[in-house]
Design a protein around this ligand. Structure first.
Ligand code: ATP
Length: 282
């Protein structure tokens, strides 16, 4: 996946100010940054839930920002997993996985169920296919949501705060599934406040602030030894008191103070605006 020169404005508010980012198959790239820095908008521009003001996004060789592109076809190559799982409550895990395949891809019942079972196995929920969402833990529901996205055979998976709604003890299972997917070759772009994810699962961490990428690199570099004052200020706010021990040296930013970026004071969206119907979009 390639993002080049991506800008997005809402009226006078310039939320993305020239993002260049590429993610390779099998790579997990984790985007961190303050509230309002444009992380969710970036994801939403990649799958065209928002139309970029300028710039290009290419997924699996198709330029999704090309005005002539078949948007529905391209979107099917992009799996999206949100903070809230958006499962249909009246359908079993299996039913949640088959409905979009049947409606969107036109798969027959047998093929949809076979694909669904395969993907429930991938997320470790083989024994839960008959369970309704209310009978599953939050972590299990999120794994069903991941399996549902996988059932559409995506080439790119986008995750927006996939573990934020989970009890801490349930986070690990979801992270393990995500790591496994990357090891299988999936391209994955993840927005998260989960620093353990950034440190332990990501191949690369991108720190965004004010609609730009301030710093990117290996987790041990960005999260443990950030180069920029803005990254350090952010990490100090979100990490535990151990953050105070972050190295103070190697500031390559010559005194730039932490910027909060456009709209940082605005309450950002805390969940998807899209319901399960979105995944089953015709
Ligand atoms: N549809 C919209 N119309 C107007 N402004 C928007 C819209 N969507 C997002 N914004 C604004 O864009 C800015 C960036 O929002 P975005 O949700 O991308 O930030 P974020 O980094 O994901 O924040 P958080 O970590 O709190 O989710 C915010 O100021 C937000 O209010």
């Amino acid at each position: 996946m390639e993002i080049t020169g991506l800008h997005k404005s809402f009226g006078d508010l310039e939320v993305l100010r020239g993002i260049d980012l590429s993610v390779s198959p099998g790579e997990v790239v984790c985007v961190i940054g303050p509230s309002g820095s444009g992380k969710s908008t970036l994801l939403r521009c990649v799958n065209l839930l928002e139309e970029p003001t300028s710039g290009t996004v290419t997924v699996a060789g198709a330029e999704v920002t090309d005005p002539d592109v078949d948007i529905d076809r391209v979107r099917r190559r992009i799996g999206m997993v949100f903070q809230s799982f958006n499962l249909f409550p009246h359908l079993t895990a299996l039913g949640n996985l088959t409905i979009a395949q049947r409606r969107v891809l036109g798969r027959g019942k047998a093929e949809a169920e076979e694909t669904a079972r395969h993907n429930l196995r991938r997320v470790g929920l083989t024994d839960k296919e008959s369970a309704y969402p209310a009978q599953l833990s939050g972590g299990q529901q999120q794994r069903v949501a991941i399996a549902r996205a996988l059932s559409m055979d995506p080439r790119l998976m986008l995750f927006d705060e996939p573990t934020s709604a989970l009890d801490p003890e349930l986070v690990g299972d979801v992270l393990a599934v995500m790591r496994t997917l990357a090891d299988e070759g999936m391209t994955m772009l993840v927005v998260t406040h989960e620093m353990s994810f950034a440190r332990e699962v990501a191949d690369r961490v991108v720190f965004m602030d004010g609609g730009v990428i301030v710093e990117e690199g290996a987790p041990e570099q960005v999260v443990v030894e950030p180069r920029h004052a803005r990254t350090r200020a952010f990490l100090a706010r979100v990490l535990d008191p151990a953050a105070a021990e972050l190295p103070a040296a190697r500031d390559e930013e010559s005194g730039t103070e932490s910027g909060s970026g456009p709209g940082a004071q605005t309450a950002a969206e805390t969940g998807p605006e899209t319901g399960p119907e979105t995944d089953a979009r015709p």
